[in-house]
Design a protein around this ligand. Structure first.
Ligand SMILES: *[C@@H]1O[C@H](CO)[C@@H](O)[C@H](O)[C@H]1NC(C)=O
Ligand SMILES: *[C@@H]1O[C@H](CO)[C@@H](O)[C@H](O)[C@H]1NC(C)=O
Ligand SMILES: *[C@@H]1O[C@H](CO)[C@@H](O)[C@H](O)[C@H]1NC(C)=O
Length: 352
């Protein structure tokens, strides 16, 4: 049932509503999208970009209000870790703020016509074409995982590495707005891939009765990577939410989350040779390619058979970002993701 209100927004109306948890129909009235099957920007108070300015989210609500699938897509865009990479020769995007304008001009075209998982174009066979979608912008330089304010030596002003705390605000708003969701797919490419992996636990906790799956495109870590940039104060899953996660070791997280969440599926995607991450990680293309290969073997062998990989032969970074719509890789990836999404299917690792 859809309720049309002129004061449509993504805000929580639940506090004012008089429903009980036994009334799912009324619960749905808590979410009043401004429009359906199109992207809508919404400012979110309490969020901070690298320059301290506030940002928001974009959502794309599907017209079928009964949809119980939600895709959460984390934006990509590099990283920064000192005055040079954050200010003088920036290696991260949107450090000077992220607004509706940024979203409309830079993110939206890619969401609509490039990235397979976020397109509603029927010719692409996107398994999430009929899902609700939430876009998490990236403007903190900290792979969506930081919680620190720091003035780097020789920097003109502080940097707000607040990706983790921003997502806490976002996920709190989103889970109270669409509490009925049953299947959540946390996903991203590059910096957004790290963001999806690191923030998986926050999504699990925000929707305790939903099943949360992961699609991680092009993120791996050299040994100790999670501890390598203390200025980010990166969140690391641990304890009850990820008993097998190993401190500092990014590559331990996906297999460990698969162990801790046996009903959920985990998909890792990469080119065989990533030509971007090795520069951030201070290693060679060939050593990093060997690391990806072993990491993908580890994922494939995770007990439970719910974590698998999709490997694209070639040298590039970000399969969803670089993939050509309509190509054979695009259709193979769509078919593989459909198998991942269908919990009754035989989910296996694939190389193309
Ligand atoms: C965002 O920008 C679009 C395009 O300019 C505009 O139609 C929309 O009303 C804006 N949304 C908000 C919340 O300002
Ligand atoms: C593969 O798994 C082993 C055992 O957990 C671990 O020691 C190793 O670091 C992992 N390698 C990669 C590249 O993930
Ligand atoms: C699943 O697929 C793999 C690889 O194609 C195959 O070896 C295996 O027998 C299949 N398992 C089932 C239960 O169909």
């Amino acid at each position: 049932m859809r309720v049309a209100l002129s004061t449509a927004s993504f805000v929580l109306l639940a506090a004012a509503a008089t429903y009980t948890s036994a009334s799912p129909l009324k619960k749905r009235q808590a979410f009043q999208p401004a429009a359906f099957d199109t992207w809508v920007w919404q400012d979110v108070s309490g969020t901070q970009c690298a320059d301290g300015s506030s940002t928001g989210i974009a959502y794309n609500a599907h017209a079928d209000y009964n949809t119980k699938d939600l895709l959460i897509w984390f934006d990509s865009g590099g990283a920064c870790r000192d005055a040079n990479t954050c200010f003088y020769n920036p290696t991260a995007w949107n450090l000077n703020g992220y607004t509706n304008y940024t979203f409309q001009n830079y993110a939206r075209p890619a969401l609509e016509s490039q990235i397979l998982m976020t397109t509603r174009d029927p010719s692409r066979n996107n398994p999430w074409a009929n899902s609700h979608m939430l876009f998490v912008p990236y403007c903190t330089g900290d792979i969506h995982g930081g919680n620190n304010v720091i003035t780097y030596p020789n920097a003109p002003r502080p940097i707000y590495h607040k990706g983790y705390t921003n997502f806490q605000s976002i996920v709190s708003l989103a889970s109270s707005s669409v509490p009925w969701i049953e299947n959540i797919y946390v996903a991203g490419s590059s910096a957004g891939c790290y963001g999806a992996v690191i923030n998986y636990v926050a999504v699990r906790q925000a929707w305790p009765s939903a099943t949360v799956h992961l699609v991680a495109d092009s993120c791996e870590g050299v040994p100790g990577f999670l501890d390598a940039i203390p200025s980010w104060n990166l969140y690391q899953p641990s304890g009850n939410s990820c008993p097998d996660c190993v401190q500092g070791q990014f590559n331990s997280i996906v297999p460990a989350l698969a162990q801790a969440n046996p009903r959920s599926r985990f998909a890792a995607i990469s080119y065989t040779v990533d030509d971007f991450l090795p520069y951030y990680m201070g290693t060679s293309l060939s050593d990093f390619a060997a690391l990806i290969k072993q990491y993908f073997i580890n994922i494939t062998n995770t007990a439970g058979n719910m974590a698998k990989t999709f490997s694209v032969s070639g040298q590039a970074h970000g399969v969803f970002i670089r993939d050509t719509p309509g190509s054979s890789t695009d259709s193979a990836l769509a078919a593989w993701l459909a198998s991942m999404k269908n919990l009754g299917s035989n989910f296996t690792s694939q190389s193309v």
